[in-house]
Ligand binder design. Structure first.
Ligand code: MG
Length: 268
């Protein structure tokens, strides 16, 4: 997704003043998801959801972080404010007015916003009307894996503790972890060091410090752990057509524990 540079390895610890600004960006980002939670229903297009998201961010003097985002490896900039990924689509689905949600679908919505130069990044998967028990279980397990990962975002813990919290919970339940995409540090840039994998061994990897701000984002599938990128250069789907879910919060690691910077409401 992103080009490596020397700066990529620099971890920026945030000051209390910077954390205040990140809370504002995080709140606007979370509000977009709460709007999505209300708007998602059979018959609405992903293009209309995108329009609602952009409107809210701009009304709050923000800038959509994904719109026109172009990683080095990518030919075309991302055209939307949200990523809207339906059913077997995992991440980076392109919103379109011709793409209409159907009863029983699940839709993963990822959104990022810059406000006053600081970034929030968050995602949630929503049911469209009534969904199957299997899909409901996938959503519940993925959200719970995020909560478990956040509870490990403690100064003195390691990156492996976060990854293990996700993988160690979902795998015994028969779900797969997307390994090709990870969470990331976040701050004045959407993607900062370090990468935050959704797998790992407890106690392994870099030690977490107070002042770090990270986006934790488990991407979980009901089938095999293989994904592919579609012909549009963006949309990532499961290879076997199984369902996928994606939940993400930006989190600050503080001396007294993790603080959620993007306090969106659960899909439930
Ligand atoms: Mg992210």
């Amino acid at each position: 997704m992103r080009g490596l540079s020397r700066r990529w390895n620099m971890i920026k610890l945030k000051t209390p003043e910077e954390l205040k600004l990140m809370r504002i960006a995080g709140r606007v980002t979370a509000e977009v998801l709460d709007i999505m939670r209300e708007a998602v229903r059979p018959g609405i297009s992903t293009g209309e959801l995108d329009r609602l998201a952009e409107e809210h961010i701009r009304r709050n003097n923000g800038i959509p972080a994904f719109k026109n985002y172009r990683p080095m490896a990518s030919m075309t900039p991302f055209p939307g404010t949200i990523c809207a990924s339906i059913n077997e689509e995992v991440v980076h689905g392109i919103p379109q007015f011709s793409r209409i949600l159907q009863e029983g679908d699940i839709i993963s919505i990822d959104v990022g916003a810059y406000v006053n130069g600081w970034c929030g990044d968050a995602a949630c998967t929503y049911p469209v009307g009534e969904i199957s028990p299997e899909r409901k279980k996938l959503l519940e397990v993925t959200e719970e894996s995020l909560n478990r990962a956040i509870s490990q975002a403690l100064a003195g813990n390691t990156l492996g503790d976060i990854g293990h919290a996700v993988e160690g919970y979902v795998k015994p339940l028969g779900f797969g972890v997307v390994r090709d995409y990870t969470g990331h540090g976040i701050g004045s840039k959407m993607h900062e060091a370090p990468q935050i994998p959704n797998y790992g061994r407890a106690g392994q990897g870099m030690t977490l410090k107070a002042g770090m701000t990270i986006a934790i984002e488990p991407m979980i599938m009901s089938g095999r752990e293989k994904v592919k990128t579609g012909g549009n250069g963006w949309t990532v789907s499961t290879v076997d057509g199984s369902d996928a879910a994606h939940f993400e919060r930006s989190v600050a690691i503080l001396d007294d524990g993790p603080e959620i910077l993007t306090p969106w409401q659960s899909f439930q």
